[in-house]
Design a protein. Sequence first.
Length: 330
Amino acid sequence: MTQTSRAVRIHATGGPEQLVIDNVPVGEPAAGQVRIRHHAIGLNYIDVYQRSGLYPNTMPLALGMEGAGVIEAVGEGVTHLKVGDRAAYAANPPGSYCDVRVMPAMNVCQLPDGIDFETGAAMMLKGLTVQYLLKRCPPVEGLKAGDFVLFHAAAGGVGLIACQWAKALGLRLIGTAGSDEKCALAREHGAEFTINYRTEDFAARVKEITGGKGVKVVYDSVGKDTFDKSLDCLMPFGLMVSFGNASGPVAPFAPGILGPKGSIYVTRQTLFSHITSRERTQSMADDLFAVVLNGQVKIRIDQRFPLTEVQAAHKSLEARATTGCTVLLP
């Protein structure tokens, strides 16, 4: 049986005006696939990178990496899901900005009954990102309770999850944000210290907060605007984890600069390197579900847009006018 679905696609890269709603056919799932009808869809900065062309793709491109809904059909070989299951995912290929889609089942997880669809759609990509950042990217000398870490964009969707999860792990998180209001929000969610990078030199403040020692890890999704100074925030043998480019890509740099700064380490991470198997995806998701269900991490959704207003949603995200998570509603 073939049905049609609204799907937000781009036919050329560019600004939010390139986002259009097309009607596309949706058929039956093949082996290893499921068909899911969305109740809510997550919005993430990777969607902007794909729309703008920073991350190249073949056109036309259906956008969206995250969603939650109900399984309508299951392909051969899929054993962890059945028709009628509540489910959520962060997954490739993109295409979650739609009513219903057929997609690979590997990264689709059963959504616990205690988590609603909007929360599920808002938490998967961002929450799994925090899971690998805090649990799977340790500095060479390890990360333990009492250690200082620096987290940029601490009032965003990923940042607010990180503030709470880091506190639960006993880490002393220093968060940066672009306004006093956003700094206050990060503190409310568990950041021990915050820095308004528009009015303060964050590198100098980090050294002041840590008594001149620096932090063990910097987590940076901002990119160009924060990268160089972030290296100066690290203690010897510290780790710079770059995982985004919200201000633009980081310029090429000479590895030789890392030695004089304390023999520091730099890594460029992406979630999709971490969820390459059903078992690993489920293990990471179970860890995320546990901290949400026990209340250690609360998923804050501050913006909701109808799917038809997806252009406005992208404009708000790029203007850094959002806090917490944003969802699109079919």
